[in-house]
Write a protein that binds this ligand. Sequence first.
Ligand code: PMP
Length: 396
Amino acid sequence: MYTQTDELATQYGSINLGRGAPDFDGPPVVRHAALTAMRSGLNQYSASAGHPELLRVLAETAASDGLDYDPGAEITVTAGATEALAVALETLLKPGDEVLMLEPFYDSYPALVLRAGGIPVPVPLVRHGSAYVLDVDAVAAAVTARTKVLLLNTPHNPTGWSASADELKALADIVLRHGLHVVCDEVYAELVYGSVDGDEMRHPSIASLPGLRERTIVCSSASKSLSVCGWRVGWAYAPRRLSSALRHAHRMLSYCAPVPLQLGVAEGLTWARETGWFDQQRTVYRERRDALVSGLTAAGLRPVVPTSGYMVIAQTGTVLPHDPMVANEVLARDHGVTGLPLSGFFENPERASGLLRFAFCKELAVIEEAGRRLAALSSTDAVPSERSRKIHAGSE
Ligand code: PMP
């Protein structure tokens, strides 16, 4: 999917809204701190669990959310959230254990679960009007004697859903009732846009609920919050009981995250907290979300308005072919915009029919230009157009 998206964007010179990576740099302070660390000779291994400075800052961040983690024993710096998720699952799973995950799911999840010997068990988020909602009863009904882990992604990619306080509580009840563990992927925790009245806030962690800290491994990274996806600096918060196994898995897998970049992230997280930068970022992203949503709406692509993250799911509806790969090609070629087909985000790829994902972690001018290009869609013929039929048949 990502390959098709990138290839289409290159081939047709289209605006690539398929990739969920910013087209801008994060704050300069982050890069300066990393360069300073590099120039001052911090270019060898740090302690495997992480540079003490970043561990200290991560403990402070958790404390500001009311969570107490010992930086010397309960926090581990990893190569992005991806490695944090991998080692968390490896720590918790035995062969044949079932892992509940909300579908659509971030496309790495099934592979990460299988790699750790587990069995992915998707539970659909339900499309309700213009939003996705959690069906708590469906989560409860999916629990079996073999269920070991709830792999929870909130805020959620790709739907933009994020769990409300009531939903977190309901999920926590299920976890406690069945003695499960939670691996919580919170990479978009700083990107919650709140309610329509403009109320913006940081996402609460399920680990802060009574009884959950001891059963939860929280995974996150600087990729989204500081716009440094390429740095590969992430982390896991795990209770002492689980942390040494997790740290061992991390030591064997990557040993440590890039050291100067760990220091850049430490400086960036401190600076962002002290200056209120994350609040400013939320305002910036809210404006970009609104621009993208209005462009998609005007094009007839019926977007789901996300309350978090930086992805929007749109429907091909009557203006594009239902096959998302074909729709994406038509979009790239005829309209100069590329999205992402979601087949990798569902157990059964047919459930991705009619859906494309667009990312708004792009400069506002780029999103607005995409909107102008997409506007032409609403005046094109209903599908299938002659052109899209030919693409589908492979004759063009
Ligand atoms: N989880 C989710 C939900 C994501 O969207 C992403 C990145 N797109 C990741 C994890 C991976 O994050 P990282 O870059 O920190 O490995």
